[in-house]
Ligand binder design. Structure first.
Ligand SMILES: CC(C)(COP(=O)(O)OP(=O)(O)OC[C@H]1O[C@@H](n2cnc3c(N)ncnc32)[C@H](O)[C@@H]1OP(=O)(O)O)[C@@H](O)C(=O)NCCC(=O)NCCS
Length: 106
């Protein structure tokens, strides 16, 4: 989680899961727990995430946690010599839902 922008009570979230542990629901769970802590313990009111357009699994993790797509920066990112859009997702405290079960988690 970071950076935290204190004046606006907002923060950015990022995540990285090793290849051998992907697809088990770990990122979805970790995002949920981190958001819960940010909202309940640190007084954050809004959490944002930025994702390259082709990263479908990352976007799925955010959508699983009720993040909404809020904006697009066109051709913002260079990846393997090609330009891609960057999508911005946001989750406000009122939309947050604590997850209690994760279908893929072993
Ligand atoms: C993106 C990333 C965080 C996903 O982590 P994860 O623990 O595998 O995610 P989850 O298991 O919670 O899966 C979330 C969704 O993505 C899907 N998914 C995960 N890995 C996938 C893969 N390799 N191919 C297709 N779909 C995949 C899952 O099926 C799940 O969808 P569902 O809820 O419909 O079942 C992880 O792959 C990663 O660290 N990638 C490299 C770093 C990165 O991209 N970070 C995010 C930058 S914005």
């Amino acid at each position: 989680m970071g950076p935290i922008i204190k004046n606006h009570k907002t923060a950015y979230i990022g995540y990285l899961i090793s290849k051998e542990n992907s697809g088990k629901g770990i990122a979805t769970l970790a995002i949920n727990k981190t958001c819960e802590m940010a909202f309940k313990k640190f007084g954050i009111k809004k959490i944002n995430a930025a994702v390259i357009e082709i990263n479908n699994s990352s976007q799925k993790c955010l959508l699983n946690n009720k993040f909404k797509k809020e904006g697009v920066l066109k051709k913002q990112i260079i990846y393997k010599n090609k330009r891609y859009d960057e999508y911005y997702y946001g989750l406000s405290q009122k939309d947050f839902k604590k997850k209690i079960s994760f279908k893929n988690l072993c």
